[in-house]
Design a protein around this ligand. Structure first.
Ligand code: 1GP
Length: 249
């Protein structure tokens, strides 16, 4: 079997862009996460992310195991800290919060997590995580104690993305933070995409399929939604997102 990263690249090549749905174990119990997982398959979601900035619940293992068994989709952890690891996951976004200057989230948590990730054989996907100002102080901003990149400073965002690529990271994740009032500006996505060859993941505050479609047109390779499906969760909305994201090839 190929790697999860290869699977994602194939999805991007085949469908134009990929759709990743985030399940937050703090917000969803096993039962609702399981329903979500089976609906994801029907709706055409490409992979499931599981994660939280905080992780107050002890459900991570159970959620990962259940959604993987039910959906058969790759399950990728989107961690907030070094203890957010499940041996049942297929892969983990090995996120370095490159937009911030907090050493703990640039390398410290990684050193703590690396031996466990290796021991469990979870595939790490080295990812440059860039927090972009989204109109409110999100959990990521608060917990990481880092400043987001100002929305109107695409040049700063581009420089970070180029550095991520030069450091050998496999993708960049442009993130406004879960539930943010605004999403990553389309111009910023385009400016970054013009300068790097690694895939660009975009998430945070994407609440309408049309928004997802615009982000893909701007250059996003993968779109992440979380909150909106937890709030308004229904399979038809999930399907609309999938169609909007897969419509450009
Ligand atoms: C958070 O980008 C994801 O990491 C999802 O954000 O919950 O705002 O969709 P939303």
């Amino acid at each position: 079997m190929g790697s999860v990263f290869e699977y994602l690249i194939n999805i991007k090549n085949k469908k134009g862009a990929g759709y990743l749905v985030l399940i937050d174990p703090d917000k969803q119990d096993i039962e609702s996460a399981s329903v979500f997982a089976s609906q994801s398959v029907e709706a055409g979601v490409d992979a499931l992310l599981v994660g939280s900035s905080f992780l107050m619940s002890d459900r991570l293992d159970d959620v990962v195991k259940n959604v993987k068994d039910i959906s058969g989709l790759p399950v990728i952890i989107s961690p907030g800290a070094s203890n957010h690891i499940s041996r049942y996951a297929d892969a983990i976004l090995f996120l370095s919060l490159i937009s911030g200057r907090n050493p703990e989230f640039l390398i410290g948590e990684h050193v703590k997590a690396a031996p466990t990730i290796k021991r469990h054989g979870i595939e790490p996907i080295p990812t440059g995580y860039m927090l972009v100002e989204g109109g409110s102080c999100t959990s990521v901003q608060f917990i990481s104690a880092t400043l987001p990149i100002p929305r109107d400073k695409s040049d700063i965002a581009v420089a970070h993305a180029i550095a991520a690529e030069m450091l050998g990271m496999k993708c960049v994740y442009l993130e406004c933070g879960s539930g943010s009032p605004q999403s990553v500006p389309n111009e910023m996505i385009t400016a970054i995409k013009e300068q790097i060859d690694i895939p660009v993941i975009v998430g945070g505050g994407i609440v309408k399929p049309e928004m997802a479609n615009e982000k893909v047109k701007a250059g996003a390779d993968f779109i992440v939604t979380g909150n909106i499906l937890e709030k308004e969760g229904n399979i038809s909305l999930m399907r609309e997102f999938a169609n909007a994201i897969h419509s450009i090839s």
